[in-house]
Ligand binder design. Sequence first.
Ligand SMILES: Cc1cc2nc3c(=O)[nH]c(=O)nc-3n(C[C@H](O)[C@H](O)[C@H](O)COP(=O)(O)O)c2cc1C
Length: 419
Amino acid sequence: MTADHDATDAQLFADLPEASVLSPSELIRTYHPNILAPLVRCSKLPFRHLTSLYETHITHTPMMLAEEFSRAQVARISDFSTSSDERGVFWMEPKSSPSSSSPSSSSPASSSSNERDRHPEDDRPPLASSRYYDPPPHRRLPPTPTPPTEHSQLIRGCLIAQYASPNPASLADAAELISPYVDGLDLNCGCPQRWAYNEGIGCALLRKPELVRDMVRCVKDRMGWDWPVSIKIRVDPDLKLTDQLVRTALQANISHLTIHGRTRHQPSTDPVSLAGIKFAVDCARGEVPCVANGDLWELEDARRMREETGVQGVMAARGLLANPALFAGYPTTPSHCITQFIDLSLDYGFVFPLFHRHLAYMLESHFTRSEKVWFNSMTSTVGAVDWLKSRGVAVGSDRGTIWDARRGRNEADQYQWRV
Ligand SMILES: Cc1cc2nc3c(=O)[nH]c(=O)nc-3n(C[C@H](O)[C@H](O)[C@H](O)COP(=O)(O)O)c2cc1C
């Protein structure tokens, strides 16, 4: 069949089925999702939306302090914003044969029914179905109107809120407040900064497995035993302690586990330990799906990560900051990604320092030294946009109703404005 080049998007996409809405753990268990890491100051709405245009299936908010979030409206307003369109809609291939692993098209809470869905000592009816995120109408469409293969299924992406907390009650309060807007919560057990350690959050939790378990349980007592709560950990130099942490967290019914393959004391210049990640995956004994994180700069790294550690999901942080189109197969930031970022930032309203910082990350490998100095000295969104426009970046062009991250991928897409 030949493509109808005169058809409108509405005609091309008219017969698509509704995308299935899954919980993060179902998505990770059933498919091979790509994930944007939580990034303080960086994984905010415009950037999350941007990565979702380029085959990033699950995104995270930056780490938020649960105590502040639950106590102060001003913290909630500055920490979190979302839109009904920020999650992408994707064609995804299930891992096993479609007949054995077809995802449900209903709410995730209703589709899982194994023993882990209920607290063993709790015979109350599950709460989750009534509280689970109920997606408002959205306008997102998949990258192509036709499935890439006969096994492809239409899946809506997920958004996870990450919190840091030193106590269970604050975390449960924060979970309750944010639950109408996200698909799950992640507890940060990996922030290595001294101030965080001194506050008893982040890495301080790596050696407090009982507290982690109590925090996860407290959220579930409030939200329902099957409400998605994951933890993001670093590996411990003493692997016995990683084993203890993971096993204790499993008792609280964590929904999935993310493992950053560096220890608390290792800088990000140290290579990530795939053996350490694999060890943590083995500790989870297949009871929950696992995600690996660290040093993912290109698609080949993701493939190797999956192969060598046995994880189902892969998470990138600095790799996506440098190239938000990484998971769609682009080796460096393509020019349309810069255009999309500027348009999204202007649409949503992004404060200049963050807007500027993201552009600097994305353009790092394209700048000469003097351009870097010039760009870094800019002080306004208008100035930065004007300068980029003068260098040939299209801004405010008609984007239509869809964006196809894969359409026309070729050498000409690479960022070539410096002529
Ligand atoms: C700018 C920046 C902000 C980060 N903020 C968070 C955060 O809020 N929560 C978190 O769990 N990790 C945070 N991290 C750590 C990343 O999520 C990730 O674990 C780490 O960078 C390793 O992944 P990478 O090698 O792909 O960068 C941050 C990292 C960077 C570079």
